[in-house]
Write a protein that binds this ligand. Structure first.
Ligand code: NAP
Length: 288
């Protein structure tokens, strides 16, 4: 592309940002849609988030993504926060408006769009959710909001599972999230579940591990969705498949959180055909 005086800038703030796939998503979209837009990663040092956001606004930056460890901290630097992001308590997308940036969360709608595109339903389902960190919290909120009938939230630190369950149940006015200790998985009812893996266990470079190793647990899973996308075939996925279940990795979630951000910045709808084309580019980069 030619960068000229009309080129709009978007970017990612976080620490670290060096291994991000987001520039590939956004610059591919800009190229395919013939938008004069460039997306760059910005490594922001601890304590500099506020000045980074103010500086980006002063530099006429169109929009930003926000990654670890700033998804909560950045909320103090915003003019407005979308209702869903407020509920989740984390912002991953900033959209330029008159006087400052508005914060959104596209991770949760991104996961929903990714799951829907695979034909995976949340509505009316009994779900096992592994983890109680930032991602799991958003997934628990998604499941409750989309009317899952029950969500067994299993975490190593049971207090965290209890805190997330309490908060999500209160915010949604539903009593569907049931906290459990990870080691109590054998107490789960004897039936088949959709399981969403939202812990960091198995993430590159520690790829040989799954949060639960027992085959008996995987016999209870008809579909396993791992939020991890590096590696693209996690140990969790292998264990699900070994017991006959279907297994998915988190690359499509990454794709759609990016697409939704791009839609917000440019006030457009990205077609499914275009999403598929960008996904092919991402897969090629990942060697899938
Ligand atoms: P986080 O806030 O650090 O939470 C980590 C979770 O993993 C906690 O529940 C923690 O349990 C659990 N955990 C860590 N080590 C463990 C161990 N050895 N045994 C058992 N449990 C362990 O991380 P996060 O931001 O929620 O991210 C979680 C995962 O989601 C990451 O792998 C990330 O890559 C992935 N993710 C993917 C996307 C995507 O677009 N595909 C987006 C966001 C996140 P304790 O509470 O007991 O410590």
């Amino acid at each position: 592309m030619t960068i000229d005086g009309y080129t709009r800038t978007c970017g990612l703030i976080g620490n670290p940002v060096e291994h991000t796939l987001s520039p590939l998503i956004h610059n591919t979209l800009a190229k395919k849609l013939s938008h004069n837009l460039v997306y760059v990663p910005f490594h922001v040092e601890e304590g500099k988030v506020l000045s980074a956001v103010q500086g980006a606004y002063a530099l006429n930056v169109l929009g930003l993504n926000v990654t670890v460890p700033y998804k909560s901290q950045v909320m103090d630097a915003l003019l407005e926060i979308d209702e869903l992001a407020e509920k989740i308590g984390a912002v991953n997308t900033l959209v330029r408006m008159e006087g400052g940036f508005k914060g959104y969360n596209t991770d949760m709608p991104g996961l929903y769009r990714a799951m829907s595109s695979e034909g995976i339903q949340i509505e009316g389902q009994e779900i096992i959710l592994l983890g109680a960190g930032g991602a799991a919290r958003a997934v628990a909120l998604l499941c409750a909001s989309k009317n899952a009938s029950k969500v067994y939230l299993l975490n190593r630190s049971v207090e965290k599972a209890q805190a997330v369950a309490g908060e999500v149940n209160e915010k949604t006015g539903k009593n569907v999230i049931l906290p459990m200790s990870l080691s109590d998985y054998h107490h789960l009812p004897d039936q088949k579940f959709l399981a969403i893996q939202a812990t960091s266990v198995g993430l590159y470079p520690d790829t040989g591990r799954a949060v639960i190793e027992d085959d008996a647990f995987y016999q209870k899973i008809h579909t396993g969705y791992d939020l991890i996308y590096k590696p693209s075939h996690t140990r969790f996925m292998q264990l699900v498949q070994k017991q006959g279940g279907k297994a998915y990795h988190g690359l499509k979630m990454l794709l759609y959180q990016g697409i939704i951000a791009y839609e917000l910045w440019n006030d457009i709808a990205v077609s499914e055909e275009m999403a598929t084309e960008v996904y092919e580019v991402l897969k090629e980069k990942m060697g899938i």
